[in-house]
Design a protein around this ligand. Structure first.
Ligand code: PMP
Length: 362
């Protein structure tokens, strides 16, 4: 029996992607071994690797100016690798601060060059309840790049209009919302995302990078940290996490089979409207801190009137077959992560549970 999984990441995976893995686990396409046991240089693995790249390219409409790379080290390694490649002691980068992950990204920049806070929405409680407006950003036209976090997994905020940054390269950490809907990739010099929320299992980071921007990367760093090394070797410079990439392939193939990103966007919007509709109908009970225009369709956060009720909510939901609802450790409350693998029916079940919970405890 599978539970309804609202984990923030690693998160639930679409069942058809897991079933396909189960079917192919012991004997991948008649080869007498699993894909994990194949050489990363063999034609069987290479076909999976290239299919994952081509599916991602097709689903997102990635233009030929950009290249897909597979890296390791998690999104956190990208916090360091971005400035390592694109920042020097003589240059400065702009950071748009919208939460814990933006802070961690900026912290790594100081080892390589200057960084500026071009906007921050941190409030008096040291929390973030919205993303900045365009007029609040003080962008440096000479910046090496602008870094942003498109969806703030912990605070439950999301950018619904990407910032206008002129000719400065825009880099986005999309770890918790890549593939939630179609986007215009050409606006970004680079996108990166740890796969373990919306795309697949942990162990793999997807990078989509503008080739001209990548060419400007530092060559004064070890090869293994240069994006160009991965690009020149089709992300097969060394052994990649083959099983993670295989599972991403299964998820991407599933996304295509259900109608691609337009269909995922319809489902994700429906899920968000169901959850926030319930929150707004009982706003005194389900206390949502995030400003409406910045609400995330991926992570919905709220608090109940007392911490004891938060705990009761999590415990009763678990009894009803729903897990992963406890808020982030530093924030508390409830967090409902509704990535692509969470179905509209799953959210309907949660919302019905919330209705009962208000009746019982409200
Ligand atoms: N960025 C965002 C937006 C995240 O939500 C997370 C983690 N959950 C990270 C970065 C860090 O990812 P990782 O654990 O893969 O380093």
């Amino acid at each position: 029996m599978r539970v309804i999984n609202f984990n923030a990441g690693p998160a639930g995976l679409p069942q058809p992607a897991l079933e396909r893995a189960r079917e192919e686990l012991l004997d991948f396409q008649g080869t007498g071994m699993s894909i994990m046991e194949h050489s990363h240089r063999g034609k069987e693995y290479e076909a999976v690797h290239n299919e994952a790249i081509s599916l991602l390219t097709e689903l997102l409409g990635i233009p030929s100016t950009h290249q897909v790379l597979f890296l390791q080290g998690g999104a956190s390694q990208q916090f360091a690798q971005v400035p390592m490649n694109f920042l020097t002691p003589e240059t400065s980068a702009d950071y748009l601060m919208t939460g814990v992950w933006s802070e961690k990204a900026r912290d790594e920049a100081k080892y390589y060059g200057q960084s500026r806070i071009a906007a921050t929405t941190i409030n008096a409680d040291k929390r973030y309840t919205r993303v900045p407006k365009q007029e609040e950003m003080q962008l440096d036209p000479a910046a090496a790049y602008v870094h942003m976090t498109s969806n703030n997994t912990i605070y439950g905020t999301q950018w619904h209009t990407f910032p206008e940054v002129g000719s400065v390269p825009l880099i986005a950490d999309m770890s918790s919302d890549l593939l939630w809907k179609p986007i215009d990739v050409s606006k970004f010099a680079m996108i990166y995302a740890g796969a373990q929320k919306n795309v697949g299992p942990s162990g793999i980071v997807l990078v989509i990078i503008d080739k001209g921007f990548m060419a400007k990367g530092s060559t004064n760093i070890p090869k293994i940290f240069r994006y160009s090394t991965y690009a020149e070797n089709n992300s097969l410079y060394n052994t990649p996490p083959t099983f993670s990439i295989y599972l991403c392939r299964n998820v991407l193939a599933w996304i295509k089979s259900v109608g691609g990103l337009p269909q995922l966007e319809r489902w994700n919007r429906e899920k968000g409207e169901l959850l926030y509709g319930m929150i707004d109908r009982h706003a005194d009970f389900f206390r949502a801190p995030v400003e409406k225009g910045s609400r995330s369709y991926m992570n919905g956060v709220f608090r109940l009137p007392t911490e004891a009720l938060d705990e009761t909510f999590v415990a009763e939901a678990k009894k009803a077959g729903m897990v992963g609802l406890k808020g982030y450790r530093s924030v508390g409350g409830i967090r409902v992560s509704m990535y692509n693998a969470v179905t509209v029916d799953n959210v309907k079940t949660l919302v019905a549970f919330m209705e009962q919970f208000v009746k019982k405890h409200g």
